[in-house]
Design a binder for this molecule. Structure first.
Ligand SMILES: NC(=O)c1ccc[n+]([C@@H]2O[C@H](COP(=O)([O-])OP(=O)(O)OC[C@H]3O[C@@H](n4cnc5c(N)ncnc54)[C@H](OP(=O)(O)O)[C@@H]3O)[C@@H](O)[C@H]2O)c1
Length: 289
């Protein structure tokens, strides 16, 4: 069985390849990347590096040739483009004869999700199901890793601000999500046409602030920012409009309780629970205490 990972020069993709290497033999692993020069280390490790881009059906179809099971890692642009790109990737996989598709979806994959990228995932999930290929949908929660962006400001000011109210988010580390993807890719027959909610134990932002304080020995408190102040900060950073809209929506969803959900899918398929947010922060901040 030959397995292909798209987006293998990205952060999640690299981790998926790493976890796959300990589960299957190297000659079973292929990757599809936009820039093969960025994957020189993977080629040097004996991995079959192919050129692929979700914007190019013919190139992507070529990348999928001879592949049995493929992971499509979601892209990173605006909704209209990304919906088109993901459909292209699915169509290419089907044209190339891939048998099983695994996709990194999102825990709230609904067209009306306040996290606007949820609509992309809903469309891609539907397109995969309509393709007739066998599939596994990995409904990933938000990466715990994302919390690191707010740490420098929190350490400098003692203030961990977010427009989250008392809402909780079921953060899960990127590395755990990569391990779950590798488990599924290594034995797709065990995960045929399954949709998994991959999430950690939900935490509130007050709990996150307390965990940062515990990990660093600094006094940190959570400040519930007015949503419009937060959106203004995001816009002032020069982020693309679609990202500002999605991040604003993420906190609307958080206040609504949309991500305050627990699932044992991760532990069931991987065999151990995901790393807790407290433990993740303790390790990540060990050198800043
Ligand atoms: N669950 C979460 O909290 C969360 C957070 C952030 C993002 N995400 C989603 O999860 C995905 C993976 O996360 P990550 O941390 O690995 O993000 P990342 O480091 O930004 O990697 C994104 C990957 O997508 C690839 N890509 C983008 N456009 C592409 C295209 N047109 N054709 C082929 N490949 C394309 C990139 O290729 P290059 O290496 O060539 O740039 C890169 O490898 C993201 O793209 C995003 O959709 C989830």
């Amino acid at each position: 069985m030959k397995i292909l990972v798209t987006g293998a020069t990205g952060q999640l993709g690299r981790l998926v390849v790493k976890h796959l290497q300990s589960r299957v033999s190297t000659d079973q692993i292929a990757v599809s990347v936009r820039d093969t020069a960025k994957a020189a280390d993977l080629a040097a490790a004996g991995i079959d590096v192919r050129h692929g881009d979700y914007d190019d059906l013919a190139l992507m179809t070529n990348a999928f040739k001879g592949i049995d099971t493929a992971l499509i890692i979601s892209g990173e642009t605006d909704n209209e483009t990304r919906i088109r790109q993901h459909r292209t990737a699915v169509d290419a996989a089907k044209a190339a004869g891939v048998k099983h598709l695994v996709y990194t979806s999102f825990i709230d994959a609904r067209p009306e999700s306040p996290f606007t990228y949820g609509a992309i995932h809903a469309d891609t999930e539907k397109h995969i199901k309509e393709s007739g290929l066998s599939f596994t949908l990995l409904r990933n929660s938000f990466y715990t890793d994302l919390l690191m962006a707010g740490i420098p400001h929190a350490l400098e000011t003692g203030d961990f601000g977010a427009p989250a109210g008392t809402g909780k988010v079921s953060y899960i580390p990127r590395n755990d999500l990569a391990e779950a993807a590798a488990v599924v890719l290594a034995s797709p027959a065990d995960h045929l046409n399954k949709t998994y909610d991959l999430s950690g134990t939900p935490v509130s932002f007050a709990e996150i602030a307390a965990a940062i304080a515990d990990a660093t020995g600094k006094e940190i408190q959570y400040t519930n920012l007015p949503p419009e102040v937060h959106t203004g900060i995001l816009a002032s950073l020069g982020l693309p409009g679609h990202l500002v809209e999605a991040l604003t929506g993420m906190y609307t969803g958080t206040r609504n309780g949309d991500y305050n959900q627990t699932s044992d899918d991760f532990a069931r398929i991987v065999g151990h629970p995901p790393q807790s947010t407290e433990d993740f922060l303790r390790h990540a901040l060990a050198n800043q205490a």
